[in-house]
Design a binder for this molecule. Structure first.
Ligand SMILES: [Zn+2]
Length: 294
């Protein structure tokens, strides 16, 4: 059975290839121009696919930022897609799905329809509706069964909700909504683990979710701050394809900016900052096996 009917969607093709090749693809949380420039440079230098991750915040900040990401992805020498992560408002999803890149294709190759702040039935009902809306436009979709604890910048913190891990049984319910990518909760959290020793993942659960998915959806990983390479590998070996990264590629940049703002010219801050993000992305591309895969 084909994973879905979006076989020409670039994000779907990218993650299907990752699943087949047993490697991960970086999904880089991008809040500024430096990050996007670094993503493109790293992907081209390593001949690696990559996904640029924007939050609904990007649209609120400026639609120009979305245009920039879409243009950058299309003009890259390697496959790069633009994904909207954690879209929790149906209006934002509708709005995002209508944005076109200069070549007339949807600016977002994929959108995460995150209705995880609703109870399960409502979550499924709303997800199905919004997936159909995105699919009509050729945009792939992602959902989060269970709840991945914590919040990300500009995203609702779900910590007040009772944490729920994804069950293998839920996989069928979510596949039935038509989603293309599934972000399971198996001990991963958004935000900080406060030490590698506190990362407690239920690998058996991840493996059973992957088995149940039977390739109908690809598994994506959220909440990787502080993950070492060996944990990442264990996740890839149990079916994970896209790996969302935030602090893993941005922390050195964040530190550099914190220490040097106002002390060096802005141009230097941007150039050196971009280099730091690029280097971190390249290291992780080697770690997760996407180098040379584009
Ligand atoms: Zn996330």
């Amino acid at each position: 059975m084909a994973p879905n009917n979006l076989t020409s969607n670039r994000a779907v093709k990218m993650l299907n290839a990752a699943a087949q090749g047993n490697y991960g693809v970086l999904g880089v949380v991008s809040y500024n121009l430096e990050t996007i420039v670094a993503c493109i440079r790293a992907a081209e230098a390593k001949h690696s696919p990559l996904q640029i991750l924007l939050f609904p915040w990007a649209l609120k900040y400026s639609p120009l930022f979305v245009d920039f990401a879409a243009h950058a992805a299309r003009s890259a020498k390697v496959p790069i897609t633009v994904h909207m992560d954690h879209a929790q408002d149906p209006e934002i999803i509708k709005q995002a799905s209508q944005i076109l890149a200069v070549d007339g294709t949807p600016a977002f190759d994929s959108i995460m329809v995150d209705m995880s702040h609703y109870e399960k039935e409502e979550n499924l009902r709303r997800t199905k509706e919004l997936v159909a809306l995105c699919h009509e436009r050729g945009i792939a979709t992602e959902a989060e069964p269970g709840r991945i604890e914590g919040g990300e910048d500009g995203v609702k913190d779900t910590a007040e909700l009772e944490g729920m891990m994804t069950t293998a049984e839920e996989v069928d319910d979510f596949v039935a909504t038509g989603i293309d990518f599934l972000a399971p909760a198996f001990g991963n959290v958004h935000g900080e683990y406060h030490g590698v020793e506190n990362i407690r993942l239920d690998y058996d659960r991840l493996a059973s979710i992957h088995k149940k998915a039977q390739g109908r959806v690809q598994i994506v990983l959220h909440g990787t701050n502080e993950f070492p390479a060996d944990i990442m590998r264990r996740c890839i070996d149990r079916g994970v394809t896209r790996i969302n990264v935030n602090k893993l590629v941005l922390s050195e940049y964040n530190d550099y900016v914190a220490q040097n703002t106002g002390k060096v010219p802005l141009t230097q801050l941007m150039e050196k900052g971009t280099d730091l993000i690029q280097q971190a992305c390249e290291r992780w591309m080697d770690n997760i096996g996407s180098s040379g895969k584009a």
